[in-house]
Design a protein around this ligand. Sequence first.
Ligand SMILES: CC(=O)N[C@H]1[C@@H](OP(=O)(O)OP(=O)(O)OC[C@H]2O[C@@H](n3ccc(=O)[nH]c3=O)[C@H](O)[C@@H]2O)O[C@H](CO)[C@@H](O)[C@@H]1O
Ligand SMILES: C=C(OP(=O)(O)O)C(=O)O
Length: 429
Amino acid sequence: MEKFFIRGGIPLHGTVYISGAKNAAVALVAATILCDEPCTLENVPAISDITKCLDILRSMGAVVRMERDGVIYIDPRSINTTEVPYKQAVTMRASSYFLGTLLGKFHEAFVPMPGGCDLGDRPIDQHLKAFRALGATDKVVRGANYVKADKLIGNQIFFDMVTVGATMNAIFASVRAKGQTIIENAAKEPHIVDVANYLNSMGADIRGAGTDVIKIRGVEYLHGTTYATIPDQIEAGTYMVAAAATKGDVVIANVIPKHLESITVKLRKCGVNVEENDESVRVWVDKPLQNTTVKTQPHPGFPTDMQPQFSTLLTMAYGTSRVTEEIFNNRFRYAAELRKMGADISIEGGKVAIIQGVDHLSGAPVQATDLRAGAALVIAGLAADGMTEIGNIHFIQRGYERIDEKLQKLGADIKRVIVPENDSVEMSG
Ligand SMILES: CC(=O)N[C@H]1[C@@H](OP(=O)(O)OP(=O)(O)OC[C@H]2O[C@@H](n3ccc(=O)[nH]c3=O)[C@H](O)[C@@H]2O)O[C@H](CO)[C@@H](O)[C@@H]1O
Ligand SMILES: C=C(OP(=O)(O)O)C(=O)O
């Protein structure tokens, strides 16, 4: 079992380079199934969700080769099954994308129920609604979703709520369907645009990605391409908050500042300085942090995937802050861990956190409960007095490439340590 040990209280300084976006890259890897020729993906992050997506492709017969760091060659022509193995599927949400891509290419898919962060209910009814609109049928077999279609025919799809996953799957299932599909109330996240750009670079006809109406005219053939993943908005936001929480001065490089706007605005409300440059942002603090309100929303609103990290910053901001989680119904499980570090955070009705700022947090043994909760605890540990020991760091490794090394380069005292199961390491400082 691996843990992070962080001796906190050191302001972060320097430049950190942001990797390719997890939530774009997992979709790009799955989307490659739709192609009739080999593709090369660049700027792919070295994270465990990507390893699992690539394992799924290999297990289905695709040729997958790491050309060099971040560059992956995928030849989907040798795929010989439409069944996704259980082991990889159940640990991540992105496995649901194999439903849309296998259905879109082979008109059939068998995919175990997707996993991912435990944030409350995460049904896939809207994904299935999209598949049905295109002519597919579905049933649950041995704990897996089985979808099938004799042929896929373009149609109008209206989502009941804004959903990233179902928007992705509707694109995947319709990109080779006959005729035109119109997706309404579509998600507008940068990773939706990235996937549409990737498929268009293969010859797909997708228009409107990034707005709430996406029009897709089905094509018969998709040719090979080379495509680079966008930078990770959430990884960047996490380092922005870490810089602020430690009262440091950090340049976050290789980013698209426009994607970070909702985070930048809230940081400035707290009194944090953010300077936007062409492909980087600089974050520094020269006065006490102030309270604010945050409400998570679909893009371009404040991202739910930044909520735990930002709430952690607010535990150290002067005054009372209010954070409302609008996307998921159980995304405050990290609050109990932050309380162990001295945070004053209470949860009202599962949806709202009331945070009373404290002078400082103090290091403690804590457990990551999911990916962003884990990132939040890393930020808390970096800012806290003394030593913090974080367990369950495999959650963090799902979405952050070499987070310990990147933080060390910014001056943090963080170590990844292998500890025997049930062993606790003596805490000091
Ligand atoms: C791999 C990936 O990209 N994961 C992201 C994706 O998750 P994911 O695609 O699962 O999130 P969705 O946007 O689909 O979910 C938004 C809301 O819609 C609900 N819903 C969704 C689908 C459905 O069929 N029925 C339904 O009720 C969900 O329970 C949730 O309350 O978007 C989330 C919201 O930005 C992010 O937190 C996740 O990091
Ligand atoms: C919730 C997240 O991921 P997933 O949907 O893969 O569980 C996330 O990236 O914060």
